[in-house]
Design a protein around this ligand. Structure first.
Ligand code: AMP
Length: 315
């Protein structure tokens, strides 16, 4: 039996499924859990599929995502009789709700480098652009007729954002093959998804214009960085976020990093990006991880960011 068959057989055995995502979820991870929920609900209407902790996400995160709905919170006694499926999360500490431990069994599905081999079954494909790409493959193998419009929408959002609209090097011929199949299901819906995801309000434009003024450059070391004060998020009523993308594609800047204070985690959340250099080692050193060209980290004090920058300069 191959790994897909083992995953499918295990899921078939459970009436209750708990889906988990990672802290500070992005659209690939949200797309994965929402697609999984929709797919399973279509294929097995009697199963109860809960996305654990989704009610803790703010409207800004949820509203930006096409047509998702929160489904209430799950009790410990419910979770401990369920099968847990963790999407897009390389290590246990980063799972959004640590009650994943209550689940009878865990399946891990991920595309990050393997740093923590958890789960009764673990499907990790580091070559996949996104967790949504892996899920498309799994669902297609399982029951392609159940990849209905809703499922396709969520998967497309995850792939589109994790590849930066098919521009990042993680886009492969397999990614494009999946995209072709999704285009067929989505029709014109894909244009609406693009517009919804990438449209900006005037408030967003003003916010990012101010963020841009805070970027610092070290041209000698081809490095750019940014610290976003919480007062700025408050001024523009924006959810705290990395804004690291505002430093991409600057000529002769090879590595860029941003930092903001994450009130919920009571720590400073950092993001590092590069167009060519493996920055994941530096992220790992500071309680983080991720991909070679896109990683995140977390530090207890703002002042420690200087150490991160020194390590990045050495690269
Ligand atoms: P971010 O900068 O938060 O957008 O994250 C970039 C990539 O690094 C994503 O694939 C994240 O899943 C991953 N990542 C971010 N923070 C961490 C962390 N603390 N530990 C492991 N991976 C992380």
């Amino acid at each position: 039996m191959n790994l897909y068959d083992r995953i499918i057989e295990l899921i078939k055995k459970y009436d209750k499924i708990s889906l988990f995502f990672h802290q500070n979820p992005d659209y690939d991870c949200l797309g994965s859990v929402f697609a999984f929920q929709s797919f399973l609900k279509q294929k097995y209407p009697k199963k109860i599929v809960m996305i654990i902790g989704i009610e803790t996400l703010t409207d800004e995160v949820l509203l930006n995502f096409p047509s998702i709905k929160a489904n209430g919170s799950a009790k410990d006694t419910w979770i401990n009789k369920s099968l847990g499926i963790v999407c897009d999360t390389s290590n246990r500490e980063r799972i959004n709700d640590q009650r994943y431990m209550l689940c009878e069994k865990i399946i891990k599905i991920d595309h990050h480098p393997k740093v923590d081999d958890y789960g009764y079954l673990s499907f990790v494909n580091e070559k996949a652009s996104s967790c949504c790409e892996i899920l498309f493959d799994l669902f297609y193998y399982w029951s392609k007729k159940n990849i209905k419009l809703n499922v396709a929408k969520y998967l497309y959002v995850g792939i589109l954002t994790d590849t930066n609209r098919f521009a990042y090097p993680n886009t492969t011929t397999q990614t494009l093959d999946v995209a072709i199949k999704l285009f067929d299901i989505l029709g014109d819906e894909r244009i609406k998804i693009n517009q919804k995801l990438y449209s900006r309000t005037l408030n967003d434009v003003a916010f990012f214009a101010e963020v841009q003024t805070l970027v610092k450059y070290d041209q000698k070391n081809n490095l750019a960085w940014l610290i976003i004060p919480n007062s700025l998020f408050k001024k523009y009523k924006k959810e705290p976020q990395s804004c690291v993308g505002c430093m991409s594609n600057i000529k002769d800047i090879n590595v860029w990093a941003s930092l903001y204070y994450d009130e919920k985690a009571n720590s400073w959340k950092g993001s590092i990006r590069s167009n060519s250099i493996d920055i994941s080692k530096v992220a790992k050193k500071y309680n983080g991880g991720g991909h070679k060209l896109a990683s995140g980290f977390s530090i207890p004090k703002e002042s420690q960011f200087n150490k991160v920058l020194i390590d990045l300069k050495k690269l």
